[in-house]
Design a protein around this ligand. Sequence first.
Ligand SMILES: NC(=O)c1ccc[n+]([C@@H]2O[C@H](COP(=O)([O-])OP(=O)(O)OC[C@H]3O[C@@H](n4cnc5c(N)ncnc54)[C@H](OP(=O)(O)O)[C@@H]3O)[C@@H](O)[C@H]2O)c1
Length: 304
Amino acid sequence: VIIHRRLCTNPADAIDEEPGVTFNIKRILLLSADGMLGTAWGKLLTREHIPFDTANFPAFDITKSDSIAQHVIDGCDVVVNCCAYTAVDKAETEHGPCDAINAVGVGLLAARCKQIGATLIHYSTDYVFNGRADSPYCTDTPRDPVNYYGKSKADGEALLERSGCRHLLIRTSWLYAPWGKNFVLTMGKLMSERPRLTVVNDQRGRPTSAEHLAASSLALLRRGAAGAFHVTDGGECTWFQFASEIGGLLGTTCEIAPCTTDQYPTPAKRPAYSVLDLSKTIATIGMMPDWKDNLRSVMDRITG
Ligand SMILES: NC(=O)c1ccc[n+]([C@@H]2O[C@H](COP(=O)([O-])OP(=O)(O)OC[C@H]3O[C@@H](n4cnc5c(N)ncnc54)[C@H](OP(=O)(O)O)[C@@H]3O)[C@@H](O)[C@H]2O)c1
């Protein structure tokens, strides 16, 4: 067991611009605007009246340089990359597409952004860490993934960092929204169909509302932040506690029981502890709302 106790990066390092300077956004290119996070970004930019273009798969393909060159063009000063291969279990056997989208494609996109002078906002995951820590992972903790998806995202991070393009690398975890494929919607459906559910109670992490993630990413961008940041909801829980809260908000009669990871085997290994340290982000844009508050606000809209 690796004991991981040290202070995370000095929050004063968080801004690469002069204090108080804000980033002036001209036009954003939103890649994969139809994914879970991409949808949240699209709604946010519309609400904020920020000009943006979108490019979605298959018209846009991050694995192909010519597609990147065709869509990522002069005129946009910020590129938001919501493309990803997110099938964590399938990734154990589908190495080719997983690497092409999460690693090589990110390198190609970053090189193009460097060429046209655009800032790239890219997303990564708690799964780049080994899950054996007992205190939150800092933004500069060495990457040490335990599954293939995590490895591909870690490789993508490294290629982004090496590209020399101005970037915001934002790691997040346990993403959910009123749309898309996610734990909250899946649990809600299962609770309406089954009398009893067992949910893993020995993996700890931080749920994250995709809308909160998009809004916090925009706040970091506007603040002139660059480099690696973590954005999640505040607080922490296990999947069982997350499911229990969902069940409580739904008023479900389904019995929700805890189980261990060993009792729920999956093709890809999951990190036991994947809480991301938020201190650098909080120092830059303020507190992250508690996960129960964000969940309640999302569930109000799902059920309302
Ligand atoms: N979901 C989570 O719990 C979670 C946790 C931590 C980090 N993250 C990270 O957060 C980011 C957003 O995740 P998400 O859950 O919003 O993902 P998502 O809903 O699965 O969306 C991924 C998008 O990428 C698109 N895509 C697939 N192949 C592509 C290609 N070759 N070229 C261009 N686009 C392609 C997909 O299009 P199609 O639908 O047409 O295939 C989809 O629109 C990702 O970087 C992910 O790794 C997610």
